[in-house]
Design a protein around this ligand. Structure first.
Ligand code: AQP
Length: 339
């Protein structure tokens, strides 16, 4: 019997304050998966710099994200946690895959189109366009079988699969073709102030997102002000007019672990005010213990650094093995120097 666990890899950019979208769409599923898979979770700082970042804030956020991974329940004894830039194979394979990425594929990516539209056209960095090739490298270096992400990353995963197939057919079987793993409830949490747009950590408006480190009072204020509609009828719906209520129900369902039917029964005949209060309670009951753990961890710099150093060592071993195979297949001479 093959007892080898399947492998997963995923990451989050230290590009701002993590939201409950990141928590529900990504972190929570990772915590479950650590029991069943061999897991690699990175803090993707190379991705973060595809849009301008302040160096001091980037350092601070990178550490914060590492602490939030552990505070959310990732066990460093079970999973490998590391910083992407500490494993140089990511940038190297990223470049090789950039050279194999057709521009047509890259220009089609919605994330590129959305983020580029927020900047002056001539100042959009080439890294933003090439982001999916680097993401493909992150995944393929570890021969990951599955990638747990929110719905917004599906298109990048398709890109990774296409690119891996392209490499395999040009140079021989090299990469495992990864599957996307999206949560059943909460794969796309929407902005509280604009429920037709994804909740995003880099969106600046005050009532857009609940952050994982928001106080209970902030959580309450933001959720109680969330946009709903005038129909006063609670129900899941894909009608854009009803996106606000749908979003609140989705957050509730994802965090309570109930089925859609159970949620509907619970709120049948009740008003939006009741729904909002229940969502506030759910969110705070998840965030409060997590924040208590975070507040300890963030002051234990030595402990965090140790985890990240061990993680980088373990990840580099695996990543370099794959990278060396790739280099050989594409015709690079082996490096005989000592370094
Ligand atoms: N709103 C969301 N609902 C569900 N899942 C989400 N994710 C992000 N937002 C939501 C998931 O979180 C993981 C990390 O995402 P990322 O940091 O790599 O970048 P992103 O997808 O672009 O997330 P953000 O918060 O919108 O970041 P910025 O604003 O910096 O671009 C991914 O698995 C993602 O699907």
């Amino acid at each position: 019997m093959n007892t080898q666990k399947k492998r997963v890899l995923s990451g989050i950019q230290p590009s701002g304050n993590l939201t409950i979208g990141n928590y529900i769409g990504a972190l929570r599923q990772w915590v479950e998966e650590q029991e069943h898979y061999e897991c690699y979770f990175c803090i993707v700082d190379l991705h973060a710099i595809t849009v301008p970042q302040d160096p001091t804030a980037l350092r601070e956020k990178t550490r914060e994200v590492a602490a939030l991974y552990i505070a959310s329940g990732l066990d460093p004894e079970k999973v490998t946690i590391f910083i992407q830039s500490h494993v140089t194979a990511h940038a190297e394979l990223g470049w090789i895959l950039t050279c194999l990425s057709p521009l047509g594929w890259l220009y089609r990516m919605t994330q590129f189109k959305d983020k580029a539209a927020k900047q002056q056209q001539e100042s959009v960095g080439a890294g933003l366009l090439n982001y999916p090739a680097l993401m493909a490298a992150d995944i393929l270096l570890y021969q990951a079988h599955a990638v747990p992400v929110g719905d917004d990353q599906r298109q990048h995963l398709e890109f990774t699969r296409d690119l891996a197939q392209r490499f395999n057919s040009l140079y021989g079987e090299t990469f495992v073709i990864p599957e996307v793993m999206v949560p059943k409830a909460g794969a796309r949490i929407m902005g509280l102030d604009n429920p037709t747009a994804k909740m995003s950590k880099s969106e600046e408006s005050e009532y857009h997102a609940v952050y994982m480190l928001d106080s209970p009072a902030q959580v309450k204020k933001k959720i109680m002000r969330a946009v709903t509609d005038s129909l006063a009828e609670i129900g899941f719906s894909d009608d854009p007019e009803r996106a606000g209520v749908n979003n609140l129900l989705t957050i509730y369902q994802a965090l309570s672990g109930q089925t859609g039917d159970e949620v509907m029964q619970q709120f049948a005949g009740r008003g939006y005010g009741d729904l909002k209060k229940a969502v506030v309670e759910q969110v705070n009951s998840h965030l409060e213990p997590l924040q208590a753990r975070y507040n300890q961890l963030i002051h234990e710099a030595g402990y965090l650094d140790g985890i990240l150093a061990r993680g980088a060592e373990k990840a580099a071993e695996m990543a370099e093995h794959t990278l060396n195979t790739v280099k050989e297949r594409i015709g690079f001479l082996p490096n005989r120097s000592r370094r």
